[in-house]
Design a protein around this ligand. Structure first.
Ligand SMILES: Nc1ncnc2c1ncn2[C@@H]1O[C@H](COP(=O)(O)OP(=O)(O)OP(=O)(O)O)[C@@H](O)[C@H]1O
Ligand SMILES: [Mg+2]
Length: 398
């Protein structure tokens, strides 16, 4: 099974420029997670911090009991071997053919014989659909093939954690879906923990088990996909719909005066761009038939059902609807129970006296349990005692 990654209070700045602060989340072992965020919010910096290429100012990033922020160089070197990283452009060596590129980590980090290396390299090239391309130089193949070669190279050391930075950059929408399929198939085959950084809304909506978003130097949310995909947070809705209307601007985040000025423009009929309406939770992509079951997805089901009562009602509804009738019976949940519970509260309690979350237990207006979420930037700070739980104490991946 892939490694769990526990990140607590991670904070990074370059000189006076704060990138993000207090990022707390857990990547559940063997599950596929994705991190969204406008350009420049520090997603790549986040990935680099996770493998110790950049040093965070504060906080912890614990993998197999080792905090890579404070551990020795030697320990970090060992922990890095658990990672497979697919950089934005594949990061292949231009002068080496694909075979040598993929063999590189094995020659560098292991004492394996060339016969053994050949077996592994050909297996990974086969897995990524690059049979017969081993003699090609990176400059002689398409962007999609380069991505797959990068993935083949990321896989040779049998990683427990796979980090992927913008898998769709330079790829057409169809090839992006094919590489997404490959991620899920690889995840099913080796049960590695995935973190994919992406802007791609199709991928974000259909591939990962968990979704998070960085914005205004904070983690807006992180948790089961259904939460972000049903969120009413303006920044999340704007991002999913690719519109100009909302808090995200061209370079910096907008201030309220700018938002108001733009809103007047849109009200007067100016097209805010983007698609008509992307909402709801589409079915998740599955491994290709014949590929083993994703054990991460199996574990996730139990994990999410454990925390479900603390998720927002729309996410609960969506999770329940995604279960088969047998599973609903097994977990003792019913599609309309959340809505009914809410309706009852609405009827019984006068407006103004309703508890946060409209009476759904432990519900805090669109927020995830504290072990999976920071706080909505610009929103209400979490109330101590009810909102934040001690890190490491909740089911955020455990
Ligand atoms: N080594 C570095 N030294 C100084 N500043 C850096 C360094 N690396 C990144 N930055 C700054 O950190 C900020 C976040 O950069 P990062 O590349 O992580 O953004 P991103 O979210 O990945 O954006 P994109 O979606 O465009 O890839 C940027 O302002 C960038 O200039
Ligand atoms: Mg980036």
């Amino acid at each position: 099974m892939g490694a769990e990654v526990v990140i607590e209070g991670l904070t990074k700045s370059f000189g006076k420029q704060a990138i993000w602060r207090d990022v707390t989340l857990t990547l559940p072992p063997g599950e596929v997670s994705a991190m969204l965020g406008p350009s420049g919010t520090g997603k790549s910096v986040f990935l680099k911090s996770m493998i110790g290429l950049l040093k965070p100012d504060r906080g912890r990033c614990v993998i197999n009991g080792v905090d890579i922020v404070t551990c020795s160089e030697h320990k970090l070197y060992e922990i890095r071997k658990l990672f497979g990283v697919l950089f934005q452009d594949g990061a292949l060596f231009g002068s080496m053919n694909l075979y040598d590129n993929v063999a590189f980590p094995l020659r560098e980090h292991t004492k394996k014989s060339e016969t053994e290396i050949r077996r592994i390299v050909l297996e990974k090239l086969d897995m990524t659909g690059l049979n017969g391309a081993d003699k090609k130089l990176p400059g002689e193949i398409s962007g999609g093939m380069r991505k797959r070669a990068g993935l083949a190279r990321a896989l040779v050391l049998d990683p427990e954690i796979i980090l992927v930075d913008e898998p769709d950059s330079g790829l057409d929408p169809v090839r992006t879906t094919y590489i997404s399929q490959l991620f899920l198939d690889v995840n099913a085959q080796i049960d590695a923990t995935f973190l994919i950084v992406t802007h791609n809304i199709n991928l974000a909506r259909t591939v990962p088990d968990n979704l998070g978003m960085l914005f205004r130097k904070e983690l807006v949310m992180f948790g089961p996909r259904e939460v972000l995909l049903t969120s009413e947070e303006p920044v999340v809705k704007q991002f999913l719909n690719g519109k100009m209307q909302g808090p995200i601007g061209m370079s910096e985040e907008k201030d309220s005066a700018q938002i108001a000025a733009e809103q007047a423009m849109f009200d007067a009929g100016h097209h805010a761009g983007g698609v008509e309406d992307v909402s709801g939770v589409p079915p998740q992509m599955q491994p290709t038939p014949g590929v083993p079951t994703r054990m991460g997805a199996v574990r996730r089901k139990d994990r999410v059902m454990e925390i479900m009562h603390r998720l927002p009602p729309a996410a609960q509804e969506s999770i329940i609807a995604s279960l088969s009738p047998e599973e609903q019976h097994h977990y003792g949940v019913h599609p309309r129970r959340v809505a009914q519970a809410q309706q009852q509260v609405q009827q019984q309690v006068p407006a103004g006296m309703r508890p946060p979350g409209d009476g759904v237990p432990n519900q805090h207006h669109g927020q995830l349990p504290a072990d999976q979420v920071a706080r909505i930037p610009g929103g209400q700070p979490p109330r101590s005692g009810t909102h934040r739980m001690p890190p490491n104490n909740g089911p955020g991946g455990r």
